[in-house]
Design a protein around this ligand. Structure first.
Ligand SMILES: Nc1ncnc2c1ncn2[C@@H]1O[C@H](COP(=O)(O)OP(=O)(O)OP(=O)(O)O)[C@@H](O)[C@H]1O
Ligand SMILES: [Mg+2]
Length: 433
């Protein structure tokens, strides 16, 4: 059983490509840990460093309480599955899966039984005697996953093993993989850029961006309590509303978040107010997931936004509405972190919630310039054309009720679910006493 620790691990490729920057992570024994982030953020590089296929240029990698930087892949005893798992072409599916067990020695009949069981679980039971060349891509991938899972390594490393499969198969195998690795209790590091895969499979998720660790936590923590605006936006489907506001501390009311034509007030008894005071007169970013906005007949002062419904989308379980509200929105991709400042510390546990590690301020120097988008000029609904999802729309969920297009709506803002970020993209949270 294995614990993995990355202590300030970095990777610079030739040509000064900083693929991974000063990453601190502790992956617990038996954990199913997901590395999540957009293409090029360094996920595979981290996985390959853990496997020993790539050397870290800085920092220490610990496996089972010992520094492992210089251990060979074999000494690390890891089983790895890649996006397109390669198989031995002259061995059958069963033969491929038998191979690791043959190398390990042991009872052949038992091994055969185990192979048969696993191929059935992976939905390729009838293909056990076929050669890889006669299988579809998805079937080959399942055989490759099986070959990795049949071993009992110290560590499973999986790099987007499901990305080449169709949606239905992906959901099925996601469950299968989760079940199999959990039943063996083997520490698993799973790489994906798919937020649904990450949320549904992980014990904990690390969100990466440009080689920098932005957030670590359970799926619930990351979703409800994201460290940065990037994390909030990456883990939001349907997309989160990110609104540009100016914060004003007003004596008898609280902190007014001023969107220009509209305002929302964070009352003084809200735990975030003390922290918000330091942003008085300055820009903040307000994050509202569509389900934090509820259409109401008459809104309560200080917690209502108004708009006019422009576009409706039917999503089966509910409707999503896009309303013109004249509020400037923010593009999360343009907010922080920018390259980590050299030598900046990035360890630490300054997070919310007990036992939650949080990346430190290292890479979040924050680029403020260019993050704010001007509101699109108001446009009459009648002139609407094909293009929708204008960046100044407020997206909200209407439940099963289908609202009228062109209708004026008042939206109650769930202040508890409202996320407020500084201009550097970091969450403004309650001041901890
Ligand atoms: N061998 C290499 N030489 C130079 N640069 C590399 C090398 N391998 C990766 N990189 C660069 O390092 C960065 C991180 O790459 P990595 O493959 O880890 O990203 P990723 O998060 O796995 O992306 P994807 O989701 O597209 O697989 C990228 O900018 C990539 O171009
Ligand atoms: Mg990759």
């Amino acid at each position: 059983m294995t614990e993995v620790v990355l202590n300030g691990v970095g990777k610079v490729f030739p040509g000064d490509v900083h693929a991974v920057r000063d990453v601190h992570l502790r992956i617990g024994d038996g954990e199913l840990f997901v590395l999540l982030g957009p293409s090029g953020c360094g996920k595979s590089t981290i996985l390959r460093m853990i496997a020993g296929l790539e050397e870290a240029t800085s920092g220490e990698l610990w496996l089972n309480g010992g520094v492992a930087n210089d251990l060979s892949p074999r000494e690390r005893n890891v089983a790895m599955v890649f996006q397109d798992g390669a198989l031995y072409p002259h061995r059958t599916v069963g033969g491929n899966m038998m191979f690791p067990l043959e190398v390990a020695g042991g009872d052949r009949a038992e091994a055969r039984e185990r192979v048969a069981e696993l191929t059935r679980a992976l939905g390729i039971g009838s293909m056990i005697d076929r050669l890889p060349g006669t299988l579809s891509g998805g079937q080959r991938q399942r055989a490759a996953i099986g070959r990795a899972l049949i071993r009992q390594p110290s560590l499973f490393l999986m790099d987007e093993p499901l990305s080449s499969l169709d949606a239905g198969l992906r959901t099925e195998l996601r469950l299968e993989i989760t079940g199999l690795v959990r039943s063996t209790g083997t520490t698993t590091v799973y790489v994906t850029h798919d937020q649904v895969e990450a949320m549904t499979m992980a014990d904990r998720i690390a969100v990466l961006r440009d080689g920098v660790l932005e957030d670590v936590g359970t799926p619930e923590q990351i979703y409800r309590d994201p460290a940065t605006v990037f994390v909030a936006a990456f883990l939001s489907s349907p997309p989160i509303n990110l609104l540009q506001a100016t914060a004003w501390a007003v004596q008898d009311r609280g902190v007014v978040l001023d969107f220009g034509p509209q305002q929302v007030t964070v009352p003084w008894n809200d735990a975030r107010s003390p922290a918000l005071i330091s942003h008085h007169g300055g820009p903040v970013i307000v994050g509202l997931r569509p389900d934090a906005l509820t259409p109401v007949a008459a809104g309560e002062a200080g917690r209502t936004l108004a708009g006019r419904v422009r576009v409706l989308e039917f999503h089966g379980h509910d409707w999503l509405a896009y309303a013109e509200a004249g509020i400037p929105t923010v593009d999360a991709a343009a907010v922080g972190p920018g390259p980590a400042s050299p030598g900046a510390a990035s360890s630490g546990t300054a997070g919310a919630g007990p036992g939650r590690e949080r990346p430190g301020p290292g890479g979040l120097a924050g680029r403020v310039r260019g993050l704010i988008r001007r509101p699109a000029p108001p446009e009459p609904v009648e002139e609407e054309h094909a293009g929708h999802h204008r960046r100044s729309d407020l997206v909200f969920s209407t439940g099963s009720r289908r609202p009228e297009r062109g209708a004026e709506v008042r939206l109650d803002v769930d202040l508890d679910r409202m996320l407020v970020f500084g201009p550097d993209g970091r969450r403004i949270t309650a001041v901890r006493r």
